[in-house]
Ligand binder design. Structure first.
Ligand SMILES: C[S@@+](CC[C@H](N)C(=O)[O-])C[C@H]1O[C@@H](n2cnc3c(N)ncnc32)[C@H](O)[C@@H]1O
Length: 213
């Protein structure tokens, strides 16, 4: 009898395929938002990161690489080999010692407490089981370390929220990302020691800082 993949494995494979498909046009799709808003938020996030051993989750096409602190040792991981192939072209922009490799945040191939800081920007909108991914991050970050997330979330205003729910299936097809996740709330429910700041129009983007205990 052959093993049937679990629904979690199927969802993860589907996410990988979506980003593999999107890799070709990903940078062009996000270019306007990147220039108008996101780049500034990235810069702000990375000013909070001190050098040391850093894990960058969902490195994507490498948009964060130019912000890596000099002297740091960064491991950048992503589920999608094609996104990583794009990221490879930006490796030289990093001022850190940077290694990139394929890995799933829900099942990280690292031992406990082996990084000082984890960073993920616009990743948990796509992870099939985000609570599991967050617990994995807490496992690999040493006590006293930090997790920094930049995430877009569902706008909690009736009309906007409903519009996001309506458009979500299409957004997932095109970009691989859910537009209506309540990642801020999820983080609060899974972890303690969380500071969250609202950013962007209507608080749609959240900068979330978690102190690992
Ligand atoms: C919206 S893109 C963001 C990319 C990049 N962080 C940025 O800010 O431009 C989301 C990325 O997360 C990756 N991803 C999704 N699920 C993942 C998982 N379970 N483990 C690791 N990476 C994942 C996707 O392959 C994709 O490259």
């Amino acid at each position: 009898m052959t093993d049937t993949p679990s629904s979690e494995t199927r969802d993860t494979d589907r996410t990988r395929r979506r980003y593999d498909r999107a890799a070709r046009y990903y940078d062009a799709l996000y270019w306007p938002a990147e220039r108008l808003l996101i780049r500034r938020l990235r810069r702000d996030l990375w000013t909070r990161v001190v050098a040391g051993k850093i894990l960058e989750i969902g490195a994507g096409t490498g948009e964060n690489f130019e912000h890596h602190p000099a002297g740091a040792e960064v491991t950048g991981v992503d589920l999608s080999p094609r996104m990583l192939a794009r990221a490879q072209r930006r490796v030289a922009l990093s001022k850190a010692r940077l290694e990139i490799r394929e890995a799933d945040v829900q099942n990280l191939p690292f031992s406990d407490d082996c990084f000082d800081t984890a960073v993920a920007t616009f990743v948990f909108c796509s992870v099939p089981d985000p609570a599991r991914g967050l617990r994995e991050l807490a496992r690999v970050i040493r006590p006293g370390g930090r997790i920094l997330l930049l995430e877009h979330v569902r706008i909690d205003l009736p009309i906007f929220g409903m519009m996001m729910d309506f458009a979500d299936p299409l957004a997932v097809r095109i970009s691989g990302a859910h537009m209506n996740r309540r990642t801020g709330r999820l983080v609060q429910s899974v972890m303690s020691n969380v500071v969250e700041e609202r950013r962007g129009p209507l608080g749609m983007i959240r900068l979330i800082e978690i102190g690992v205990e």
